[in-house]
Design a protein around this ligand. Structure first.
Ligand code: FAD
Length: 525
C-alpha cells in the first residue's frame, strides 16, 4: 500500500474499465489525480504539433467531466501547466509519492516522451518511486502480440494478424471506480506554493486558441455532437448497441462516405481519448452478436469487431516499425518520389480543388474534426497517388491537426495504406473524385449541405459543375472560374499518369520490400 501515489492521466479519461485507475485506488492511501498540459503544444501526439480547436476542446471537456466526478468523490483533478518532463518529477518529489500510475501508449512519440520523463524522474528521486505503466489502451498489450509473431516481427497483413488475435482472449473488463482515495495531505497548498499560476484548469483561450465559439459552432453539423467525456461516449455506445440488427450485419464497405449523418458508430474520438474503453466496446459487440445466428453476423475485416481489430493491427505496426511516421528509414515503406508543392496541399486542405465531392468532404473535415472512413479514403487518395501526387506524410500531418479522433498509429497506417506506400498495393484501383461519391449520393445532397453555393445546381452537374452550360451556372449563382475554381487537375489524365509513376517506383524497388507476394487479400477499401 502506498501512502502517496499519483495517477497521471493522458488518455484513460474514464471510470469504467480503467485498470490503471482501479489499481491506483486500491493500492494507495492517498492519491493525486494529475493532468499535465504543455501550454506550447497542448495534447500533442507528434512532438510540438498542437491540435486544432475541436480536439483540444474535446479533451478539455473530458478532463472537466473527470474533475466533476472526482469532486463528487471528495477529490479533484489537479491540472498543471508545464512540460511533463519537468512537472512530473517535481510533483513526485514534492509530495514524496512512492508510485506513479499511468496508462501506456503504443505510439512512438509518446513512448519516447515517456521514456525521457521516467529517466528524468529516476535521476531526480532515484528508485523511490515505483512507475507502473499499464498497456490497456488496446485490447491486448503490444508485447503480447509480438511474442506470438514469428521472429517478433509484426505480420505484414491483416489476415495473418487475425490469426494471432484469434489465438488470444480479450480480457474481461474490471469493475468501475466509484470511490477514490483522498488527496495527499496538504497537497493543494504545497502545489500552489510550488506552481502558483501554473496550477489551474485553463480555458482554451489560455492555451492560445482564438475565436473558439466560431471554430466550434459547426462541430455537430455532421450528425454527432462530439462532446468530450465518458458520459457522452457511453451514451453513444448504448445507442449504437441498441441497433442490434445494424450492429450484427455492419459491413464497413457498405457504409456511405457522404451520408448526412455519421453512419458508422462515431465512437472513435471516445475510444481514442479513452472515454470509452476498447474492451467495453468489444464486449458490448460480442453481447449483440450472441443474440444472432452466427451465419447472420458480419465478420472481420468488415464487421465492427473487425474495425477494432484494425485498430489493434495499426497499433502493432506503429509500435514495432521504426520511423513509422515517415517514408525515410521506414522498413515497411515503399519509397515514392512524391512532389512537394505547398500550394497544392493548401488547395486540398482548404476545399479549393474544384471537385465538389472532395471539397465538401474537406469542409466537413475542417468544420467538425470528423469524416467518414470512406470519405477519408477519397481525400487521402486524391492528395497522394490519385491526383495531386503529394506525400502522404503531409496529408497525415493535416489530419493529425484537425481530427477529433487523431491517433498517431492509426492515422499513419491509413495514410500509408491509401497512398499505396505500404500495407496495400493495388495502386491501379483509384477513387474517382466524381464517380465514387455519385454511387451513394447521385443527387449530391451531401455536397449541397457542405458547399451551400451548389444548392441549386442540377444533380446532373453537381459533381462536375464545370460541365454545366454558362446559363445554368448563372441561374445557380455559381460561375466556375469566378465563384468556384476549375478542377485543379484533370482526374482522368493525372490518375493514369500517376499510376505509371507508381508502377515505375514499384518496379525500381522490386527487391527488398514485402510486396506484392505478401499483398493482403482482404481489403479495407
Ligand atoms: P467504426 O466504423 O464505427 O469503427 C469502430 C472503431 O474501430 C472506431 O471507433 C476506431 O476506433 C476503430 N477503427 C475503425 N476503422 C479503423 C481503421 N481503418 N483503422 C483502425 N481503427 C479503425 N481513425 C482514428 O481513430 N484516428 C485517426 O487518426 C484516423 N486517421 C485515419 C486516416 C485516414 C487517411 C483514414 C483512411 C482512416 C483513418 N482512421 C482513423 C480510421 C477510420 O477512418 C476511423 O477510425 C473511423 O472512420 C472512425 O469512425 P467510427 O468510430 O464511426 O468507426
Amino acid at each position: 500500500m502506498h501512502d502517496v501515489s499519483i495517477h497521471w492521466y493522458r488518455n484513460g479519461l474514464r471510470f469504467h474499465d480503467n485498470p490503471t485507475l482501479l489499481d491506483a485506488c486500491q493500492q494507495s492511501k492517498t492519491m493525486l489525480p494529475l493532468y499535465v498540459i504543455d501550454p506550447d503544444a497542448p495534447f500533442a501526439q507528434t512532438q510540438g504539433l498542437r491540435p486544432a480547436c475541436i480536439r483540444a476542446n474535446f479533451v478539455m471537456e473530458s478532463i472537466q467531466e473527470v474533475d466533476k466526478k472526482l469532486r463528487n468523490m471528495n477529490s479533484q483533478m489537479i491540472v498543471i501547466l508545464g512540460k511533463p518532463k519537468q512537472v512530473i518529477p517535481e510533483v513526485v518529489a514534492l509530495l514524496g509519492a512512492s508510485a506513479l500510475f499511468y496508462e501506456q501508449e503504443a505510439a512512438a512519440p509518446i513512448r519516447k516522451a515517456d521514456a525521457e520523463i521516467l529517466q528524468e524522474l529516476k535521476s531526480k528521486v532515484g528508485t523511490d518511486c515505483d512507475c507502473k505503466g499499464y498497456p490497456t489502451h488496446s485490447l491486448h498489450p503490444m508485447e503480447l502480440y509480438l511474442s506470438k509473431c514469428k521472429g517478433n516481427v509484426a505480420p505484414s497483413s491483416y489476415g495473418a494478424f487475425t490469426k494471432i488475435f484469434n489465438s488470444l482472449k480479450v480480457p474481461k473488463e474490471v469493475e468501475e471506480v466509484t470511490q477514490v482515495p483522498p488527496l495527499p495531505e496538504d497537497a493543494l497548498r504545497k502545489l500552489k506554493d510550488k506552481f502558483g499560476e501554473q496550477l489551474r484548469l485553463p480555458s482554451l483561450e489560455d492555451l492560445g486558441y482564438e475565436n473558439t465559439k466560431e471554430k466550434l459552432k459547426n462541430r455537430a453539423k455532421g450528425g454527432i455532437d462530439f462532446i468530450g467525456g465518458e458520459d457522452a461516449g457511453l451514451a453513444l455506445l448504448r445507442y449504437m448497441m441498441s441497433r442490434k440488427q445494424w450492429v450484427a450485419t455492419f459491413e464497413k464497405p457498405n457504409t456511405s462516405p457522404n451520408a448526412l449523418k455519421v453512419d458508422t458508430t462515431g465512437l472513435s474520438p471516445y475510444v481514442k481519448h479513452g472515454c470509452v474503453s476498447p474492451r467495453t466496446f468489444y464486449h458490448q459487440l460480442s453481447k449483440v452478436y450472441a443474440q444472432f445466428n452466427s451465419k447472420e453476423i458480419s465478420k472481420p475485416p468488415v464487421s465492427l469487431h473487425g474495425q477494432l481489430m484494425w485498430r489493434e493491427y495499426n497499433y502493432l505496426m506503429g509500435y514495432s516499425t521504426p520511423n513509422f511516421h515517415q517514408m525515410a528509414d521506414n522498413p515497411v515503406m515503399r519509397q515514392i518520389p512524391w512532389d512537394d508543392d505547398p500550394q497544392l496541399l493548401s488547395v486540398w486542405e482548404n476545399s479549393q480543388t474544384g471537385y465538389p465531392f472532395i471539397d465538401a468532404l474537406m469542409t466537413q473535415f475542417r468544420e467538425t474534426g470528423f469524416l467518414h472512413h470512406l470519405g477519408r479514403h477519397a481525400v487521402a487518395c486524391f492528395l497522394t497517388r490519385g491526383d495531386l501526387w503529394q506525400s502522404w506524410e503531409k496529408g497525415a500531418e493535416v489530419f493529425e491537426y484537425y481530427l477529433v479522433d487523431a491517433d498517431w498509429s492509426i492515422n499513419n497506417f491509413n495514410w500509408q495504406w491509401l497512398s499505396c506506400s505500404a500495407h496495400f498495393y493495388q495502386y491501379f484501383r483509384c477513387y474517382s473524385p466524381v464517380a465514387f461519391g455519385k454511387k451513394t449520393d447521385p443527387d449530391g445532397t451531401y455536397i449541397r449541405k457542405w458547399l451551400p453555393m451548389f444548392k441549386d445546381m442540377p444533380s446532373k452537374f453537381i459533381y462536375e459543375p464545370w460541365e454545366a452550360p454558362l446559363a445554368v451556372q448563372e441561374k445557380c449563382g455559381v460561375i466556375i472560374g469566378k465563384d468556384y475554381p476549375y478542377p485543379i487537375v484533370d482526374h482522368k489524365i493525372v490518375s493514369k499518369d500517376n499510376m505509371s509513376r507508381m508502377k515505375e517506383a514499384y518496379d525500381s524497388q522490386k527487391n527488398g520490400l514485402p510486396m506484392p507476394e505478401s499483398q493482403p487479400v482482404e481489403t479495407n477499401e
